[in-house]
Structure formats: structure tokens, C-alpha cells
Design a protein around this ligand. Structure first.
Ligand code: APR
Length: 233
């Protein structure tokens, strides 16, 4: 019933925006953060995903991100990512706003993607901001320009989101007739505010639907790949 209703809404919406989180990539073998098997159940995010971690304990910071970067070499987008890319091709979806840093939406063919939490696929110097090679980061080299510390272009806790991306997403959400929120616990500000910023219909697709507080118009509990495959459009 809900799946059919979502299909109708997607067909009739002239402007649909997708917001995704780490749940989008677990079926590609990439752990999320707050599920039982998620990263933050094995490691304290303050020890690896903050600027303090970067400056005070670079060894652990570097190990955490090197591991995640190398895991991408053995993983790939799944059918769910491809379906979202196909919907964009067919004019059904106008934008994917993702919290994910794995680049899987783009690899699956989505063109209009805003990475609100950055990307682990590119590196910069934390001091002079100069772009650096991922292989230099992997081998723990210093910045070739200034000798500073190399880091992935992810948004660490306490850092601000990329302003241009955030503005594009906010404007898209305000104009959207339909917002699909997929595979996120909605625990992290400010992305968790997006569903409340639209006048359009809101839909939540997630494995665990017990935590959210947003009054969604439609909630579909299930595994993302399966749910997206079943939507009749
Ligand atoms: N199908 C559907 N839902 C799933 C699946 C799946 N296959 N796998 C996981 N989920 C759901 C989980 O139930 C959980 O509610 O996806 C959600 C993932 O939530 P989090 O692990 O909190 O990830 P996310 O919401 O993206 O975290 C936001 O927190 O740590 C920071 O920067 C990090 O971008 C991340 C941000």
C-alpha cells in the first residue's frame, strides 16, 4: 500500500529531492554509524572524527580514514544507487543531497549530487588547504607545500558544512514537492532539519523507524535496495 502510494507521489511530483545517509551504503558492505554494526558502536567518534583527533592523535585519525578509504576499493554502489540515478535520468528526481562521503551516488550515475558531509575520495592539507594526493595521505606523507598534516575532505564534527552545497540543498528542499529521506538516523544537525524545511510531502525509508521524531507523511520500514526495487514507476 505505502509502496504504491509512494509510486504515485513520485509520478505526480514535478520536483523531488532525495536526502540519504549511511544506510544507503550498508548493502554495499560499507558500515553505517549508529546501527548495532555501525562505526560508533566500536569506536568513539570524538577520537577519530573531530579536529581535536586530527591534531592530538593523528595516528588513530589516519588509521580510521585510511581503513575507510581502502574499504571503498573493495565495495561498489548497489542497485538502490542505480535506481536513484535512473530516476534522475528520467526527470523523476532533481537532486540527491547526501551525508555519505563514499561517492557511490555519482559512481552509480547520479549527476546532481550535493555531498553535505564532504568526501573521503579527496585529500587536502589541514594547514594550507592545498589539495594533495590520496596516495600521499595513505602513506602518511606531510603536505608537499607546507609540511602540514594531510586529511580527507570530510566534514569533521565541529566543522561547518560546505556553504555552497548547503545553500543549494536548502533552496531545493524549499521548492520540492516531495522529499524522500533514505537510510539516515536523522541524528546529526543540520541535515536532520531538512525534512521540516519543505512544504512538500515527506517520506522516510529506513530499516529502523523507531527513533525519528519528524512527522513524515509516509514511513516505509525496510531495506533500501528492496524498497526501491519494489516502487512501481
Ligand atoms: N536499509 C534501510 N535502512 C538502513 C539500512 C538498509 N540496508 N542500513 C542501515 N539503515 C538505517 C539504520 O537503521 C540507521 O537508522 O540507516 C540509518 C543510518 O543512520 P546512521 O548510522 O546514524 O548514519 P547517518 O544518519 O548517515 O549519520 C549521519 O553522522 O557520524 C556522522 O558524518 C557521519 O554522515 C554521518 C552522520
Amino acid at each position: 500500500m505505502s509502496i504504491e502510494k509512494l509510486g504515485e507521489w513520485l509520478q505526480s511530483s514535478k520536483n523531488t529531492v532525495i536526502v540519504t545517509g549511511a544506510g544507503m551504503s550498508t548493502e554495499s558492505g560499507i558500515p553505517d554509524f549508529r546501527s548495532v554494526s555501525g562505526w560508533w558502536n566500536h569506536i568513539d567518534p570524538r577520537t577519530v572524527a573531530t579536529t581535536e583527533a586530527l591534531t592530538e592523535n593523528y595516528a588513530l585519525f589516519h588509521e580510521f580514514y585510511k581503513l575507510r578509504i581502502e574499504a571503498l576499493d573493495k565495495a561498489a554502489p548497489h542497485e538502490g544507487h542505480s535506481i536513484l540515478a535512473d530516476w534522475e535520468q528520467r526527470g523523476i528526481v532533481s537532486l540527491v543531497a547526501t551525508q555519505n562521503v563514499d561517492g557511490f551516488h555519482q559512481l552509480a550515475g547520479s549527476q546532481n549530487v550535493e555531498e553535505l558531509h564532504g568526501s573521503i575520495r579527496s585529500i587536502r592539507c589541514h594547514r594550507c588547504q592545498q589539495a594533495a594526493f590520496i596516495d600521499d595521505f595513505k602513506r602518511k606523507a606531510s603536505c608537499p607545500q607546507c609540511g602540514g598534516t594531510l586529511r580527507p575532505n570530510v566534514v569533521l564534527f565541529g566543522e561547518s558544512l560546505p556553504q555552497k552545497s548547503w545553500h543549494i540543498v536548502m533552496e531545493a528542499i524549499k521548492r520540492a514537492e516531495l522529499v524522500l529521506v533514505i537510510g539516515t538516523s536523522l541524528e546529526v544537525y543540520p541535515v536532520n532539519q531538512l525534512p521540516m524545511m519543505t512544504k512538500g510531502k515527506t517520506v522516510y525509508i529506513n530499516l529502523d523507524t523507531s527513533q525519528y521524531t519528524v512527522p513524515f507523511d509516509l514511513v516505509i520500514e525496510g531495506k533500501i535496495k528492496e524498497v526501491l526495487q519494489q516502487i512501481p514507476i
